[in-house]
Design a protein around this ligand. Structure first.
Ligand code: ATP
Ligand code: MG
Length: 140
């Protein structure tokens, strides 16, 4: 089951810039099914915990401030090979390096404000999905 799921967030920049609809459309068109979704805002504390792996990196404080700066859309997505296929769909972390047509190439404004998050492994997809959703909020 875990191998077919990934976790995503539409980040505060993309929400502010009015791209929720277009991004969800592209996610659906690429064959992902939404099994959980919410519109919410991370506290500084929750954003810090979510990106705890980056604690100590030079961009950590900026990342936490940014991720708690406004509402996000959090979702669990299902598809064959979900983690890798979603990373391909969103493109490189730095939008200047993201392949043409990818979500980050189209909607990200900088390496820090890069429109979407995508889990980097099946294990993290599981952890991140559970971080945001109770079992009763996931519709298999
Ligand atoms: P994400 O985990 O959000 O999907 P990613 O896996 O492509 O992104 P990570 O290395 O996990 O990239 O970095 C997490 C986030 O931290 C990035 O998406 C970006 O918002 C921010 N970030 C990473 N590197 C930098 C940097 N050099 N300068 C500023 N922000 C950065
Ligand atoms: Mg990452």
């Amino acid at each position: 089951m875990a191998t077919n799921r990934t976790f995503t967030m539409i980040k505060p920049d993309a929400v502010r810039n009015g791209h929720i609809g277009a991004i969800l459309e592209q996610i659906n068109a690429a064959g992902f099914r939404i099994v959980a979704m919410k519109y919410t805002r991370l506290s500084q504390e929750k954003a810090g915990a979510f990106y705890a792996v980056h604690r100590g990196r030079p961009f950590y404080d900026e990342l936490v401030d940014f991720m708690s700066s406004g509402p996000i859309v959090a979702a669990i997505l299902e598809k064959e090979n979900a983690v890798a296929d979603f990373r391909t769909l969103i493109g490189a972390t730095n939008p200047e390096e993201a392949a043409e047509g990818t979500i980050r190439a189209k909607y990200a404004t900088s390496i820090g404000e890069n429109a979407v998050h995508g889990s980097d492994s099946d294990e993290n997809a599981d952890i991140e999905g559970s971080f945001h959703f109770a079992g009763t909020e996931i519709f298999a």
